[in-house]
Design a protein around this ligand. Structure first.
Ligand SMILES: Nc1ncnc2c1ncn2[C@@H]1O[C@H](COP(=O)(O)OP(=O)(O)OP(=O)(O)O)[C@@H](O)[C@H]1O
Length: 313
């Protein structure tokens, strides 16, 4: 449905999207994960025609956004990162306003607005002003405004930032329902667990590139053979430059070491079972172990091992 080919966007020195290739198939919920500044919003703004492309192509059902912006935009609904609703007209009038921009009128308009408000659970508050809504309700209204014209592709840019758990669950549930009813969805987030809950396929973006792509099972496969060891030490390790960390990093059995608060996180090579070697290194540098936890890493660790960064700063 959506094909992105060798897409590039620069802001002076910064290359926000770097020769990115991506395809989204009809019926997918595509979870786009990445830390701050990865280029997710820039990519979305280009897909939705809000930002000009430096080079590369974006096509929706074979139609180019550069060549046929009006036709392509008609089939896309964008839920932007920042809430964009009019505070001083009712929720219903907000949805009507956006639906009218896409040419809906009369009975079709009424039915579409009803359906959109119903989907986000705001029917009972339809005549209230958004200025009286919680942040979560405003976000849900934002979604209603984006979906009333029944777009084929719905793009949600971090729609759960800063909202209460009830609205968050409501949003995740409405994403599932929209998808079941035939919409294709791109959902960006910093939160692995959200993407994991709803996405049929996941792309991980960093520094303008898509560095991993696949179903959650496929991505997990890439780290399935590794193990994570979390160590809490009595003394506390202040920096990544601690001599114990340097020595652990040089050890053949330790693939990676990170300092997370007062804990050391070690990625171990497959089937490693000589924990005493690690304890020996720690003891040698005066560190006594309080707790040890050994587990299979999750996708946040895949991200960490690919980029050396956390998904959230
Ligand atoms: N209008 C702009 N002018 C200059 N630089 C920009 C502009 N928009 C984005 N950038 C830069 O491009 C890079 C990608 O930013 P972008 O907002 O696309 O990332 P993101 O993945 O959406 O991050 P976040 O999760 O924080 O929204 C960053 O380095 C950012 O500072």
């Amino acid at each position: 449905m959506l094909t992105v080919h060798k897409l590039v966007k620069r802001f002076k020195q910064v290359i926000a999207v770097d020769h990115l290739d991506l395809y989204i198939e009809e019926g997918e919920v595509f979870g786009l994960l990445g830390p701050n500044g990865a280029g997710k919003s820039t990519l979305i703004q280009m897909i939705t025609g809000l930002l000009p492309i430096d080079s590369g192509t974006i096509k929706l059902d074979g139609q180019s956004i550069q060549e046929r912006p009006t036709e392509v935009k008609r089939h896309i609904g964008l839920v932007p990162q920042d809430i964009a609703v009019y505070e001083n007209i009712s929720a219903r009038k907000n949805v009507e306003f956006f639906a009218k921009l896409y040419g809906l009128r009369g009975k079709g308009l009424k039915e579409s607005v009803d359906e959109a408000l119903e989907r986000v659970g705001l029917m009972e508050r339809q005549h209230h002003l958004p200025s009286t809504f919680s942040g979560g309700m405003k976000r849900r209204l934002n979604i209603a405004c984006a979906i009333a014209h029944k777009p084929k592709l719905i793009i949600m840019d971090e729609p759960t930032v800063g909202i209460d758990p009830h609205s968050r669950n409501h949003i995740l549930e409405s994403v599932r329902k929209l998808n079941l009813d035939g919409s294709t969805i791109i959902y960006t987030s910093h939160y692995m667990e959200e993407v994991s809950a709803i996405a049929t396929r996941i792309g991980i973006m960093n520094e303008g590139k898509c560095i991993a792509l696949g179903t959650e099972a496929e991505l997990r496969q890439r780290i399935a053979s590794q193990e994570k060891l979390t160590i809490e030490t009595e003394e506390g390790v202040e920096s990544e430059h601690h001599p114990a960390i340097d020595e652990l990093k040089k050890s053949a059995i330790v693939l990676d070491v990170h300092l997370e608060g007062n804990q050391l996180e070690l990625m171990l090579s497959p089937h490693y079972d000589r924990l005493q070697d690690i304890l020996f290194i720690l003891a040698k540098h005066g560190l006594s172990v309080l707790t040890l936890k050994r587990e299979t890493p999750d996708l946040e660790h895949l991200f960490l091992s690919l980029t050396g960064r956390q998904l959230r700063d």
